[in-house]
Design a binder for this molecule. Structure first.
Ligand SMILES: NC(=O)c1ccc[n+]([C@@H]2O[C@H](COP(=O)([O-])OP(=O)(O)OC[C@H]3O[C@@H](n4cnc5c(N)ncnc54)[C@H](OP(=O)(O)O)[C@@H]3O)[C@@H](O)[C@H]2O)c1
Length: 317
């Protein structure tokens, strides 16, 4: 699989990365997930040339990191592991994860992630969300200390605005941005993706399948639960509109002998400024289909057809 530069970090990443949020496997978020299937999915991805695996402490409160750590035993040299800091474990099920990017908390979280992942060094360490309570200088100084100590190899920011990233860049290198970008959420094309390109940062597009909506497996009468239940893309008229778009995309995909999932991943990974499409999966069969999303090209005429289909669809969640 084609590899691209992870900004100026010296690392190269596959244009499809594997997301392991769902492998955290809490019933409240993604429903039941079988750990053996998760591990098999990670192995399948590595076998097919995916070299970037993204996780976070908050995904299943450590469980996703532990699964990744287990899966890469004996295959460490084949993968780059990305994890995150800055979202602490909530005290109860009703509480949102508290944000914290203080120096002390980052150091503590980094040690915990290294232990769960069974690693000596984290390849890409990302602030999960900004923390307005902590000066960005303190956060960046902690992260650059970890770079110097060789506990992390590259530094990323996720869900930061251009202004917040520019402020962070005053105090250290930013190699990579992680941002929401999909056919249904294209806002980053106007600001974050050109910003990343201009500043030679990688841009990793998360939720490219809109949490599975763009795979074509949902029907108008469905009421998906868990994490999807409160996502406006899965609600009411907007859900039905999205499904009509998916039907039209299926027709374009079929002309290439591809599935709609593969068309969507291809479109995402080929979008200007995108370094890698970060696609989540729970089982090997999904990984096999998803990897078939690259290695071919959507022609200009069909690109224009897709643009027309998507006109007026980019809502703020
Ligand atoms: N930085 C952040 O704040 C942030 C936020 C969100 C996500 N992320 C990262 O981005 C990754 C991907 O995002 P995401 O998990 O939200 O959504 P996604 O990649 O848009 O969708 C992934 C989900 O779609 C379903 N799926 C995947 N491949 C499929 C296939 N071939 N056929 C049918 N269904 C398929 C699976 O769920 P089911 O089997 O349950 O349908 C899978 O968990 C995450 O795992 C995480 O690493 C980061």
């Amino acid at each position: 699989m084609e590899r691209r530069k992870l900004g100026e970090s010296g690392l190269d990443v596959s244009m499809i990365a594997l997301g392991t949020w769902a492998m955290g496997g809490t019933v409240e978020t993604w429903g039941y997930v079988d750990d053996r299937e998760s591990i098999a999915a990670i192995h399948q991805a590595i076998d097919l040339g995916v070299n970037l695996i993204d996780t976070a402490p908050i995904y299943g409160l450590g469980h996703s990191e532990e699964i990744v750590g287990k899966a890469i035993q004996g295959r460490r040299h084949e993968v780059l592991v990305a994890t995150k800091c800055g979202l602490l474990f909530p005290q109860s099920k009703d509480q949102l994860p508290p944000r914290c990017l203080s120096r002390e908390s980052i150091f503590r979280e980094c040690e915990q992630s290294l232990r769960r992942l069974r690693l000596d060094v984290i390849d890409l360490y990302q602030c999960h969300w900004p923390d307005p309570q902590i000066p960005i200088r303190e956060t960046m100084e902690a992260l650059t200390t970890l770079l110097r100590q060789q506990k992390i190899r590259a530094l990323g920011l996720s869900n930061f605005s251009c202004e917040e990233i520019a402020a962070a860049m005053e105090f250290g290198p930013v190699h990579c941005l992680q941002l929401p970008f999909s056919m249904l959420q294209r806002r980053a094309a106007d600001d974050l993706l050109p910003f990343a390109f201009e500043h030679k940062m990688a841009a990793i597009a998360y939720s490219p399948l809109s949490k599975g909506l763009l795979t074509g497996k949902f029907q108008p009468g469905d009421r998906p639960g868990g994490i999807r239940a409160r996502d406006p893309d899965f609600l009411g008229e907007r859900f039905r509109r999205n499904l009509r778009i998916v039907d039209a995309l299926k027709e374009i995909a079929a002309e290439y002998g591809k599935t709609v999932t593969q068309l969507v991943i291809n479109w995402t990974a080929a979008s200007p400024g995108v370094t890698a499409a970060l696609v989540g999966a729970k089982r090997p069969s999904q990984v096999i289909e998803n990897v078939g999303g690259v290695g071919w090209t959507i022609d200009d005429e069909d690109q224009a057809r897709i643009d027309r289909l998507l006109e007026g669809t980019d809502f703020v969640p």
